[in-house]
Design a protein around this ligand. Structure first.
Ligand SMILES: CC(C)(COP(=O)(O)OP(=O)(O)OC[C@H]1O[C@@H](n2cnc3c(N)ncnc32)[C@H](O)[C@@H]1OP(=O)(O)O)[C@@H](O)C(=O)NCCC(=O)NCCS
Length: 185
């Protein structure tokens, strides 16, 4: 199936295995559902990515059931996280966005910036993007720092951007990266 307009495959069919400095990114497959469910229920992840239904969401992610590319993040053969990329395909606004979560045991070791840099490079070099976005919670200083190391810069505060399970809203920080500002790791 060819994407309308630009002849590229839709992103969820285009994902390939990618290697960063320490991480191996493998396109998600059915068997990843239990590992993804464990991630979505990891307390440090659930505090950020408040999945209302981790079981069905992990199934969707593992089956690449929505219009995003999903990779399992592996370190030494073990799944320690997941990363996904989505695209805006309208030619005038064409860009891609990235989301990532790492299990508690894998945080703060440079794997997050390594994985984001690796997917960013693929989006720029293979998918032809000139601009990427990422949108951490405004209070997520570690994420903001990690994405800054890759070359993402703050654009602005998105007030009441994301809903929490208790019905409240919190601010998000829109960050973007233009292709020639990707920072090599
Ligand atoms: C956010 C996340 C992807 C970052 O990946 P990571 O591998 O932990 O981050 P890295 O080790 O690459 O970089 C973290 C940086 O933040 C710094 N940092 C850590 N805790 C911090 C804090 N509380 N405040 C500010 N900086 C902090 C680290 O020192 C490091 O910077 P440095 O290398 O310049 O010293 C990962 O921690 C994660 O998945 N967390 C839980 C879920 C989440 O927040 N997902 C992101 C949703 S947008």
């Amino acid at each position: 199936m060819v994407d309308a307009g630009d002849g590229r495959l839709p992103i969820r069919q285009a994902g390939v295995a990618l290697d960063g400095r320490s991480v191996h990114l493998r396109p998600a497959e059915q068997g990843d559902a239990p590992a993804f469910a464990a991630l979505l229920t990891d307390p440090t992840i659930h505090a950020i990515w408040q999945s209302p239904d981790p079981e069905s969401e992990s199934h969707e992610l593992a089956h690449q059931a929505t219009d995003v590319a999903v990779w399992a993040i592996e370190v030494n053969g073990e799944v320690v996280g997941l990363i996904q990329a989505h695209e805006e395909t309208d030619p005038r606004y064409r860009h891609a966005g990235i989301d990532i979560v790492l299990a508690s045991r894998a945080q703060d070791r440079g794997y997050g910036s390594d994985a984001v840099r690796t997917v960013a490079r693929w989006l720029i070099e293979d998918r032809g993007h000139h601009r990427l976005t990422i949108d951490p919670a405004a209070s997520n200083e570690r994420a903001i720092r990690a994405y800054g190391r890759v070359g993402f810069r703050p654009v602005g505060l998105m007030r009441n951007y994301e809903g929490d399970l208790d019905g409240s809203w919190h601010d998000g920080l829109l960050m973007d990266l233009v292709a020639d500002q990707l920072v090599d790791g």
